[in-house]
Design a protein around this ligand. Sequence first.
Ligand code: SAH
Ligand code: SF4
Length: 360
Amino acid sequence: MDSKIFANLDYDAVKYLLSVDDDIQIRELLGAARQTRDSLIGNKVFIRGLIEYSNLCSKNCFYCGIRAGNNKVLRYEVPEDEVLKAAVFAWKNNYGSLVLQSGERSDSAFTSRISELIRKIHLVTENNLRITLSCGEQHEEIYRKWFDLGVKRYLLRIESSDPALYHRLHPRNAKHSYYKRLEAINSLIRIGYQAGTGVMIGLPFQTMDDLAADLFFIRDSGVHMVGMGPYIEHADTPLFKYKDTLSPPEKRVELSLKMIAILRLLRPEINIASSTALQTLDPQGREKGLLAGANVMMPNITPVTYKKNYDLYEGKPGLHDEPADCGRSLAECIRSAGCELAYGEWGDSAFYIKEKGDTE
Ligand code: SAH
Ligand code: SF4
């Protein structure tokens, strides 16, 4: 492959790279991404402890196992003391930051509880941990409230940047509007969050054009962080009926790695997570994500009792692992990918730091 292609990534070049099928060419692409990461932002990997706070959700996304319509799910909310214990674990183990993720609810009982948790997490960790929220679409005033409480990061995937595909993945109603989701991402950026977005890869109906467009959407959206990974089917969801149209798991992993690598080349300074979904489809998936240019890992620190019920997709790994086991395998995984674990660092995105510097 002519390496000049990496320096001039227009739409056709991106589409070409996404469809490259030859092992040597794929290795060249991933190597170029790794080299770009190492030379521009370094080989440090930032750690976010992931707490799956609650699987109660008011939405009905067609792909997701904890959608409101799935009555087979045992619903939970992790009690406050256990959330705080997990936060202290993350702090004491030098994770630097945590992500509080949950199903989407906009009732005030939920939003107030999140506010309370934010206050208490800061208190028990003596303000040493950065908090990221991933609690879906909320009114701008709620986003502002949480920002004012010291949360500076928020993850909200666009899932697919194409409105038509988005609407094939969600019910057609006001609660699942593409434009509302887009507006929520813009409002996070406007407020000043380090905002993260992302897409699922290998979805039913998704084409290479969709994925190329997703990459340019992410590049131009102004976000500072990205989490994207393979779509994984779940038997109790409406999308399951298309499972025979999916490409095999190893191809979805390969495509996800190409997406990570191309994004690293398009936007070298953003934080890109090596997703759990990658690890679900491939035991070496997390290392492979780092080898494709990712620089963030999110070990699961949800108390084991609740973990199995946060059932977004089938085959989630490490359901019985205690947080400490996750931590150890994480360090090994990072080392084996030739990276350095960034102990105790908040890990702001270099793109965010640069933007802030430009405006100050
Ligand atoms: N409720 C929040 C956060 C929890 S869901 C929200 O939707 O933003 C977090 C992410 O899990 C979603 O953004 C989606 O991209 C991913 N997800 C859900 N179901 C999935 C599936 N079947 N395969 C892969 N990823 C999935
Ligand atoms: Fe709820 Fe998020 Fe799952 Fe959609 S993806 S059903 S909002 S948890």
